[in-house]
Write a protein that binds this ligand. Sequence first.
Ligand code: SAM
Ligand code: SF4
Length: 356
Amino acid sequence: MGITSGRTYGTSRPGNIFNKEWPDRMAEDALSAKNNRIVTYLRLSVTDRCNLRCRYCMPQEGVSFVPHERILTYEEMLRIVKVAVHHGIRKVRITGGEPLVRKGLVPFLKALAQAQGLDEITLTTNGVLLEEFASDLKAAGIKRINISLDSLKPERFQLITGRDYFHKVMAGIEAAQKVGFSPIKINVVVMRGVNEDEILDFARLAVESPLCVRFIEFMPVGRENGWRPEAFVSIEEMKRIIYPFRPLAALETGRLDGPALRYRPGEGAGEIGFIGALSNHFCDRCNRLRLTAEGCLRGCLFSDQEIDLKGPLRNGADDGRLLDLIRLAVSTKPDNHLVLHRGPRKCARIMSSIGG
Ligand code: SAM
Ligand code: SF4
């Protein structure tokens, strides 16, 4: 047997997502979106700054970062998260820009971990500073960690990211393993003509080590990120490349898992995942919100509709008003796939300012 048929994310039907996570008496408090979805996942971008310049994410030069006073303070983020958690958010992923470049992150994470009702805090990082931070992150209560790495070749890594930091990232992965993060997910954005010839090398990594390698389809986000149809490699094509190397057995997707299709590669130690934001559209089941570092709440990665929370927050909005605005953002979540219906388009923001 080769590749078994993929599962789409969320093992429960919309109806029982509701029952599973929310007792009936709390139903009206939940953040419910179109298609009977309950929003339980918040991606929190703590900064728009970064120590890499990945070509698919950020322009190489002339990036203008948001001035510090326009970035949410940690106190403001905590306030928003607490309101959201009170109304059903169960998982928060810390992202950026590069989250580890923001000062004071560890104490913030410790405070966040106190938010009652939050089941899980996870973090996505480029790994450059991970060697330094791995132990503190673990102690602060980060449960799982995703590390982005698009090439196993140092020179190519530098070409993609604009920086000669390959060995720092490898040291970061090692440090994360050493302090006991498990599973560790490695995010690989696959681009034709750039790194698609490394798909098997990454698959081998998932066989030989307990890492979970997740191949991500290249997305058209930001105005000039190099996306073009020829550079796009679908998850079906990626699976076809891996198939002769190892059979892929589909795995169950957990309640707090994201949209990845998960597989065990033969008898391998690790796992292989695929995130097909374009080809495997999952908008009708998407249960996430994104808060940008500037304090704007987005219901969809591919839409430019944003709800400003920072302004009202700084003008004294109470929790009820914040909740109304969060609900408004939830109501903007599309119930079908905008990219498929309108064709690939680029949203105005660059990915680093949204948080992936
Ligand atoms: N700096 C951190 C990192 O790189 O992991 C966190 C922020 S980054 C914006 C979050 C995720 O988005 C990374 O895994 C990155 O590879 C992914 N990403 C950025 N631009 C992308 C694009 N155009 N297509 C697909 N994934 C992208
Ligand atoms: Fe920075 Fe992450 Fe974007 Fe790369 S993908 S430029 S590491 S924010």
